[in-house]
Ligand binder design. Structure first.
Ligand code: DP6
Length: 330
């Protein structure tokens, strides 16, 4: 293969989304996507963004497509500008990406999208970097993507430039996340705008920030001990406090649907009958329920009763981004 052919050879890779168990919601000043709260997360198995990156020779050829749809290049410029400065290169990229799960619907697709993009670009440039460096690069695209460059369990500390792994994928192999997709359409408002509106207008935002570190520590210790009850109770406080800042924003932000509430109630009934089923939600109506392998079938059954025809996915802790060779993704 000559140099020119090699240059146009696509790099194909996959990354999985990072589900926050304790949430990142709000940014600190003084950097791009510097989190105001410490988040604790698990990278999910089975769900993937698959991204193909090609080097192109000029800025006007640079483009990003998701499922064949051309994306607004402005959204990606901080990412590419930072990549250029960090890796000291002057290349441009043609990117095609698809998700194996609903996009922009509160299933953390921006975390896997920017983790895959960061991974793909560094590989396409022939400049592989450490996981920490990859995490910093991905964070500039999306805060939650800083976590998705690792497999297993992660922490992104308040004010940190990069996330870190707190336990590998195998650490808690019987942990399961049952996802009730109650509505797979795109969300009415992006998490980025919702986050900034909450910060600017909710009277509870300060309390949210001040109380988040304790929850992160509780959750991290619970993960290390594989204590699902302690993890579940920290998770529950985290998502409900986060939503308090949204419900009290001006104008209020309400991602929840009646089915979301029905699933939350079903989880409460499951717990009363002795089944671990601890829910969390993000910027969308889907409900993600943490349980164990033993109970995941029962939990999935209970959730599907509440969601009508909604899709139910059962996943576990997943792996870090991977290279999957070459080929077209669309
Ligand atoms: C509710 O990472 O999408 O999923 O940094 O502005 O791109 P930006 O936000 P993003 O927000 C994630 C919010 C969340 C919680 C979380 O993943 O921690």
């Amino acid at each position: 293969m000559n140099r020119e052919q090699k240059r146009h050879q696509p790099t194909r890779c996959a990354a999985s989304p990072s589900l926050a168990l304790v949430k990142y919601w709000g940014k600190q000043a003084g950097g791009v996507n510097l989190p105001a709260t410490t988040s604790i997360a698990v990278t999910l198995s089975h769900l993937e963004t698959i991204t193909e990156v090609r080097l192109v020779d000029s800025r006007d050829k640079q483009c990003i497509r998701v499922a064949g749809c051309l994306q607004d290049s402005e959204r990606y410029s901080p990412f590419f500008d930072n990549l250029r400065a960090t890796l000291d290169h002057d290349n441009w990229f043609e990117v095609d990406s698809i998700n194996s799960f609903p996009t922009g619907a509160g299933l953390a697709s921006s975390s896997s999208a920017f983790a895959a993009l960061a991974f793909g670009c560094t590989r396409a440039l022939g400049k592989p970097v450490s996981s920490g460096e990859l995490s910093r690069i991905a964070r500039v695209g999306s805060g939650s993507a800083a976590r998705a460059v690792y497999g297993g369990f992660t922490r992104l500390s308040a004010g940190a430039q990069q996330a870190e792994q707190i336990a590998p994928q195998q650490h808690w192999s019987d942990l399961r996340v049952v996802i009730a997709v109650v509505d797979s359409g795109p969300k009415p408002i992006s998490s980025r705008s919702a986050m900034s509106r909450s910060a600017e207008t909710s009277i509870y935002y300060r309390n949210w920030i001040d109380s988040s570190e304790d929850l992160a520590q509780l959750a991290e210790r619970a993960i290390l001990r594989r204590d699902i009850e302690a993890l579940g109770s920290a998770m529950r406080q985290s998502y409900l406090r986060m939503f308090c800042t949204m419900f009290t924003a001006e104008p209020p932000i309400v991602y929840w649907l009646p089915e979301s509430v029905a699933v939350i109630r079903a989880c409460e009934r499951l717990r009363h009958s002795g089944i671990p089923a601890w829910e969390t939600m993000d910027a969308g109506p889907q409900v993600k329920v943490v349980t164990t392998a033993r109970w995941s079938g029962r939990v999935a059954e209970a959730l599907s009763r509440e969601t009508g025809n909604g899709e139910i996915l059962v996943v576990g802790a997943g792996a870090e981004p991977r290279l999957i060779g070459t080929g077209a993704v669309t």
